[in-house]
Ligand binder design. Structure first.
Ligand SMILES: Cc1cc2nc3c(=O)[nH]c(=O)nc-3n(C[C@H](O)[C@H](O)[C@H](O)COP(=O)(O)O)c2cc1C
Length: 223
């Protein structure tokens, strides 16, 4: 698979088939992804892979937390800046609208939209969940390098014929997830990822979010 094909072909998949992925395949994906670069070659990433009963334990722990406190938020900092400004605000809004249109959940159906959001906490039924972890003492630089690793995982999964969805939705329950996985005190669960076989018949998987053209974000300096 060519790099361009892999990058353009990766999308966030939000409906998966009930079909397992074996550990050898998962190890192969991580074995490829570990070649992601990092400043000083620190390789500041850690990843917890959950399948089977372990996957269910995390889901149950988070749902129990949600049931006791529907407004639980264990984030050390909010996922997005408090008030998004343009063009980011519209991009986020447009993504939501495009997704709910495919799901046929109108704006007025607040419960329907909430229920879809909660599917994050079932990994959208994917058989595999990954949690990306970083030591709290790391700087913003190392977080960027963790992101490179995450993309490498998604691309390597794509090469293996598998689909993914990165999931910051889990960070709201990062401490609960960390406790369920035995993550060390000095480490932070940053992000989840659902991984498995895409459901080809699910309309939500037709979502192809747009990107701004190169001239919107690139400045070419010459002379
Ligand atoms: C770090 C990260 C976290 C994300 N978290 C979620 C999430 O919790 N739930 C979700 O449905 N999508 C999530 N997404 C998917 C984004 O909405 C998606 O990447 C973006 O809209 C671009 O679409 P594409 O991935 O299909 O190209 C996340 C993406 C990234 C990179």
């Amino acid at each position: 698979m060519q790099v361009g094909e892999a990058l353009r072909g990766r999308i966030s998949t939000r409906a998966f088939l009930d079909r397992p992925v074996d550990e050898a395949t998962l190890r192969g994906i991580l074995d490829t992804a570990r070649w992601a670069p990092s400043g000083g070659n620190l390789q500041p990433w850690k990843v917890h892979v959950v399948t089977g009963a372990a996957r269910q334990r995390v889901i149950d722990a988070v749902k129990a937390r949600l049931n006791t406190d529907p407004f639980a938020d264990e984030n050390d900092f909010p996922v997005y800046p408090e008030k998004l400004w343009e063009p980011y605000r519209s991009r986020r809004y447009d993504l939501g609208e495009a997704m709910y249109e495919l799901l046929a959940i109108p704006r007025e159906d607040k419960m329907g939209r909430l229920n879809h959001l909660l599917k994050n906490l079932d990994f959208f039924d994917a058989p595999v969940g990954l949690f990306f972890v970083i030591e709290r003492a790391m700087n913003p630089n190392q977080w960027a390098h963790l992101g490179m690793f995450m993309l490498a995982v998604a691309l390597a999964a794509g090469e293996a014929g598998l689909a993914t969805c990165m999931q910051e939705a889990w960070t709201r329950y990062s401490k609960t997830v960390g406790a369920a996985l035995g993550v060390a005190e000095g480490e932070q669960v940053y992000c989840g990822m659902a991984l498995g076989h895409a459901d080809p018949n699910a309309p939500v998987n037709r979502l192809r979010s747009p990107r701004a053209p190169v001239d919107d974000f690139a400045v070419f300096h010459a002379d």
